[in-house]
Design a protein around this ligand. Structure first.
Ligand code: SOE
Length: 397
């Protein structure tokens, strides 16, 4: 039974991530027993009409047109940051210093410097019981959480290869219009930080190993795109007329890098290959991870998110990969939803993220991933950019 002591949330931003987080705040206490009862107290956005409409649609009790008001209000306990990366540091640090818990969308920031300041503020606030987490939601996909369980149980043995791809295709059309995700000042980077960050966090978390160095290349295939209003969403089709004003793309369209891992607490470090792109025509949200160890292999593809493929070297070689449908009650998170075989979706990762965050806050312990965990991802992102800018030279993290 969920405790009725409220956890009053103030969310900044109400686009794609705002909608996903709102769903999670509403749904978590209805399927999981939580130590605190989330309340959708206020949502903030600069456009008064837009934020009012979002509050009505997404279920928020009140609205603000300045995020600073959320931080001033004494009826808000937690700030949920669902904005582009250029505002994460200012909002998170102000919230933590005002004694508000923080959930911040990924990537943590647009630079290592910002991420370091955020992590320092988080560690200082934690001493006063003010807690924070970064929203790498794929950790809460049951199949990836099961993959981590398999690694921890030693079912793969020592890891040799870590292979991560994140493939989308919403920029394949060269006339797809500009969005904030293509403007370095807003987004910090392109495919690398937007989707590559998920692969980096997932690979490090599932394996328990951190990346220690990379060799990378970045590519921008389409340097200019039609300006089509203040598009914040994904994809869409721009003005096809050739004389439509066009804006410069200032981020990577694709990121490719090799990596060494530190071996974690177990073994010699694994080697990794990463790829993130928005031009893999036909791949819609193929966040993939494959691990090859000395006793077995695991493979996951978010486009079949309820499945985990497992190869056990102890079985006969012709046994092939086992296709595990990750919907058994003993699988992570699944027991709180539907009978076996009835799959989950993208939104469940956000609900599980709220469950884990609220439970940690209720129990007074550090939620994961912490800002420090997200800072490690930020360091990898910076190393990839540095390597790519220096003829793909090896770059330590
Ligand atoms: C766009 O690439 C995007 O919405 C990412 O920003 C999200 O983090 C990812 O979960 C889905 O794709």
């Amino acid at each position: 039974m969920t405790n009725h002591k409220p956890l009053r949330v103030g969310m900044v931003g109400y686009a794609f991530m705002g909608a996903a987080h709102s769903h999670a705040w509403r749904t978590a206490p209805r399927f999981f027993d939580l130590p605190l009862q989330p309340r959708l107290t206020a949502v903030a956005g600069r456009n008064a009409d837009g934020v009012r409409a979002a509050a009505d649609k997404l279920g928020w009790e009140s609205v603000e047109t300045d995020w600073r008001r959320l931080i001033e209000r004494d009826d808000i306990d937690l700030i949920d940051i669902c904005t582009p990366g250029d505002t994460h540091a200012e909002i998170a640090i102000a919230a933590l210093e005002a004694g508000k818990h923080v959930l911040c969308e990924k990537p943590l920031a647009n630079s290592v410097e910002e991420a370091e300041r955020m992590t320092l503020a988080a560690e200082t606030a934690a001493k006063q019981g003010i807690l924070s987490m970064c929203g790498f939601s794929y950790r809460r996909t049951p199949a990836l959480a099961l993959a981590k369980r398999f690694v921890e149980q030693g079912r793969l043995g020592d890891l040799r290869h870590i292979r991560a791809q994140y493939l989308q295709d919403w920029l394949s059309d060269e006339n797809a219009p500009m969005t904030w995700r293509l403007d370095k000042a807003k987004s910090g980077s392109g495919s690398l930080g937007d989707i590559g960050a998920h692969s980096i966090d997932a690979a490090q978390w599932v394996t328990g190993q951190n990346i220690t160095g990379v060799s990378a290349l970045l590519e921008t295939f389409v340097p200019e795109r039609p300006l089509a209003g203040d598009l914040v969403g994904l994809g869409g089709h721009g003005d096809l007329s050739s004389d439509a004003p066009r804006g410069r793309v200032t981020v990577d369209d694709a990121a490719i890098f090799s990596a060494r891992f530190d071996g974690g607490a177990t073994s010699a470090g694994a080697v990794g290959v990463f790829e993130a792109t928005r031009y893999a025509l036909g791949r819609k949200n193929a966040m993939r991870l494959e691990l090859n160890g000395t006793r077995g292999s695991l493979a996951f593809d978010f486009e079949e998110m309820n499945v985990l493929s497992f190869y056990d070297a102890a079985e006969s070689p012709d046994a092939g990969f086992r296709r595990i449908i990750v919907t058994e009650p003993e699988h992570p998170y699944v027991g709180n939803w539907w009978p076996t075989g009835h799959g989950l979706g993208y939104e469940h990762g956000f609900t599980h993220q709220v469950v884990d965050l609220v439970t940690a806050i209720g129990e007074g312990r550090q939620p994961v991933p912490s800002f420090a965990d997200a800072l490690q991802v930020q360091r990898v992102l910076a190393a990839v950019e540095s390597s790519a800018a220096n003829s793909s030279q090896w770059q330590k993290v």
